[in-house]
Write a protein that binds this ligand. Structure first.
Ligand SMILES: CC/C=C\C=C\CC(=O)SCCNC(=O)CCNC(=O)[C@H](O)C(C)(C)COP(=O)(O)OP(=O)(O)OC[C@H]1O[C@@H](n2cnc3c(N)ncnc32)[C@H](O)[C@@H]1OP(=O)(O)O
Length: 676
């Protein structure tokens, strides 16, 4: 809707009213068109001021409407009619002016904005006002009423011609194409800018319309719209006992403890302190404590310098003593990924913490229930699985154990939001959601090396699909020794298995020992300068092909009598993406995740899944569930020793029930026990 009011005698004030961000829904656009027409007809009105309710100008087109058939007045003609209007139009911009909201503002003859010095410099706004933008806009309108409007109409301005504009656009296009990794929108934006710079207004607008039309009809637009709402819905968590985001109070967290100042503990400490939370950071060894302190301090100083503020170092206490934790509201344990060590830490914590202090574990996959069982407060134990580097990565999996209380889950979710993470509540199982799925994706990748692919081929296929980095580059970055330790702890490698003549069959299924063999050679990835790739020196980031790896793979295949075959990019994507989705269906069946959207958010924010492909579950839906089923059946037939390739029950059921849209999948999960 748009509200019309006449104020100060000669001003028509049009207020966009569509909370929470006054998006330009069909009703709002209709309201604007009617109000503008009314203002133009009213002889008393000399100027029109546009504003948004609740000090938010406009969040752009209403994205909810994109999935249906669009009705109501189209946006661009509406803006043209405002710009061409014979009366003065002023935009009073507060809060947000995004997408179509900014276009509406640009269609006006004058604009104002609060706290937007940059927009002022760019000429997007004419004046930056303190206080009420609406008041300032009305005063401006009164002061310029009667002045000619043609010089203010952007459509009548000649493009600012630079002699090398074509070259600049070519360079920008090449850069954007490379960086966007298959996403169409950034490329279309550069093309639209080129058209705006080089063509007369009406032709430029026509080119923009064509580009927009192509984008709108693309699967990528649907994926991005889905991702937008999936991200926001993840915050609206619910547990099977009825507890949910809007009926469960989170506890206030003023003081927190962080146990362990390794890479994860340091990042977590930085996140907490930046959000204004006092942190007691603990290490067991003075040297480790000192190096942790230096690293955290340096990170905070760098960040503060970048933002032009002073670093909140006063919120930090570094200590070797658990006793300093007695007053904290919540503790996040971030010690080495070892169940026995974590259990020891948990029972030691119970000796010093107040009885009502929450204990969170930053495990990446160990059982939260098993850890909670050693404490005197099982309801107050939850998982907070951060992703490395914790001060950079947006994802936080909040793991609700079988005895975790709604209040504990709510507190971890609220804390995550406060430190600006995208939080997803998940149930407890080995690897939770993200790493449980990742294991199968990794398995497929190394199986393909055995069968004939190279790390470069697999990575290239994944990067062309849109991943920021291929799986082997990511593994080198994370450190190959991490998975090696986990496999040792789980009994997959150890004294009973001969490391020199590793078997390709363990615990009753296919096993690929290639990563273990690399670790045995001290190839741990970037940190040792050698992994799946070669690096100039330990710690350097540029991955180069390593001829030794090619020889190593050839020898390996020869030794096991494997005849290498050509593996296409299509096979790489199908085996990786469909394995992920297949496990995602099992996770839904097990109720470890509440919805396919939650799984997709985890992959978008924690694992570099390309946003323009929505997430593995959305991708499966977009490819077609029957196609995914068929492909999995095929790969399972070819690889019967890989049980995870067997299509999940839920996938089969969904296909049998006509492949309903992704929003309806939840209602097809029946009679299964929930872990959430
Ligand atoms: C007919 C026109 C045809 C084509 C025109 C195309 C051009 C466009 O305008 S495309 C849309 C451009 N706009 C955007 O991309 C803005 C997207 N929104 C945001 O970036 C943010 O939401 C924000 C506006 C900066 C506000 O951020 P924040 O304060 O963090 O709140 P959120 O949790 O993100 O959002 C609150 C609430 O608002 C809903 N919402 C936000 N923007 C839109 C929108 N454009 N359309 C519909 N709904 C929107 C969001 O989903 C949240 O809803 P809840 O129900 O509270 O979860």
């Amino acid at each position: 809707m748009a509200r019309y009011a006449r104020v100060k005698g000669s001003i028509a004030l049009i207020t966009l009213t569509n909370p929470p961000v006054n998006a330009l829904s069909a009703a709002v656009r209709r309201g604007i068109v009617e109000s503008v027409s009314r203002a133009l007809k009213d002889e008393q009105v000399k100027a029109v001021v546009f504003c948004g309710e609740n000090e938010k100008f406009c969040g752009g087109a209403d994205i909810k409407e994109f999935s249906g058939s669009m009705s109501g007045p189209p946006l661009v003609p509406m803006i043209h009619s405002i710009e061409a209007g014979e009366k003065l139009m002023v935009a009073a911009i507060e809060g947000v002016a995004l997408g179509g909201g900014l276009e509406l503002a640009l269609g006006c003859h004058y604009r104002r904005h609060v706290s937007a010095q940059e927009a002022l410099q760019l000429g997007i706004v004419d004046q930056v006002a303190e206080g009420s933008a609406v008041q300032a806009a009305m005063e401006l309108a009164l002061s310029v009423i009667g002045q000619p409007l043609n010089p203010r109409r952007l459509s009548l301005r000649a493009p600012v011609w630079a002699p090398d504009v074509d070259g600049v656009c070519d360079t920008a296009l090449a850069q954007v194409k490379q960086r966007s990794r298959g996403a169409m929108a950034p490329v279309a934006c550069v093309q639209a800018v080129r058209a705006a710079a080089m063509l007369p207004y009406s032709k430029g607008m026509e080119r923009e319309r064509q580009l927009m039309d192509t984008l709108f009809r693309s699967g990528q637009a649907r994926a991005m719209q889905y991702a937008f709402f999936a991200q926001r819905n993840a915050g609206k968590w619910s547990l099977p006992n009825g507890a949910q985001w809007n009926n469960t109070r989170a506890r206030d967290v003023q003081r927190a403890g962080v146990i362990g100042l390794g890479t994860m503990g340091r990042g977590i400490t930085v996140c907490l302190v930046k959000a204004g939370i006092s942190v007691v950071a603990i290490e067991t060894d003075a040297k480790q404590l000192e190096s942790g302190k230096k690293a955290v301090t340096a990170m905070l100083q760098r960040d503060a310098k970048r933002r032009g503020v002073s670093p909140p170092l006063h919120l930090l206490t570094f200590t070797l003593s658990f006793h300093q934790l007695r007053d904290v509201d919540l503790v996040i344990e971030a010690v080495f990924e070892d169940m026995n060590l974590k259990k020891r830490v948990f029972s030691d914590l119970c000796k010093v913490l107040r009885a009502n202090t929450l204990i969170c574990t930053n495990t990446s996959g160990l059982s939260v229930d098993e850890l909670a069982a050693v404490t005197d407060r099982q309801p107050l134990v939850v998982g907070m699985h951060f992703f490395a580097p914790a001060h950079v990565m947006k994802l936080l999996e909040v793991v609700s154990g079988s005895r975790s209380s709604p209040e504990a889950v709510a507190t971890a979710m609220a804390l995550g939001k406060r430190i600006e993470k995208v939080c997803v509540a998940v149930g407890n199982c080995s690897g939770f959601v993200g790493n449980r799925m990742l294991k199968l994706y990794l398995d497929q990748s190394v199986y393909m090396l055995e069968e004939g692919a190279t790390p470069e081929q697999v990575d290239q296929a994944l990067e062309e699909f849109g991943f920021a980095m291929g799986i082997f580059k990511v593994s080198d970055l994370s450190g190959l020794d991490v998975g090696w330790r986990v496999r040792k702890a789980s009994g997959l490698i150890g004294p009973d298995v001969d490391p020199v003549k590793p078997s390709r069959w363990r615990l009753g299924r296919r096993y690929c020992p290639l990563p273990d063999m690399l670790c045995q050679q001290g190839r741990f990835g970037q940190k040792t300068g050698r992994g799946w790739y070669l690096y100039d020196s330990p710690g350097s980031k540029e991955a180069k092909s390593d001829p030794e790896i090619q020889t190593f793979l050839k020898d390996y295949r020869h030794k096991y009598g494997i005849i290498p075959r050509r593996i296409t990019s299509q096979e790489v994507i199908e085996r990786c993406a469909f394995s992920l989705a297949n496990e995602g269906f099992r996770i839904l069946e097990d109720r470890i995740a509440a919805s396919p959207e939650d799984i997709d958010v985890i992959y978008l924010f924690g694992y570099g899944w390309p946003r323009h492909r929505g997430g593995p579950m959305f991708y499966a839906a977009q490819v077609g569930l029957s196609v995914v089923l068929e492909k999995l059946e095929h790969y399972h037939r070819v690889h019967p020793d890989v049980p995870s390739l067997e299509p999940s029950r839920l996938l089969r059921r969904l296909v049998a029930e006509g492949s309903p849209p992704i929003q309806q999948w939840k209602s097809h999960i029946k009679n299964l026990r929930s872990h959430l």
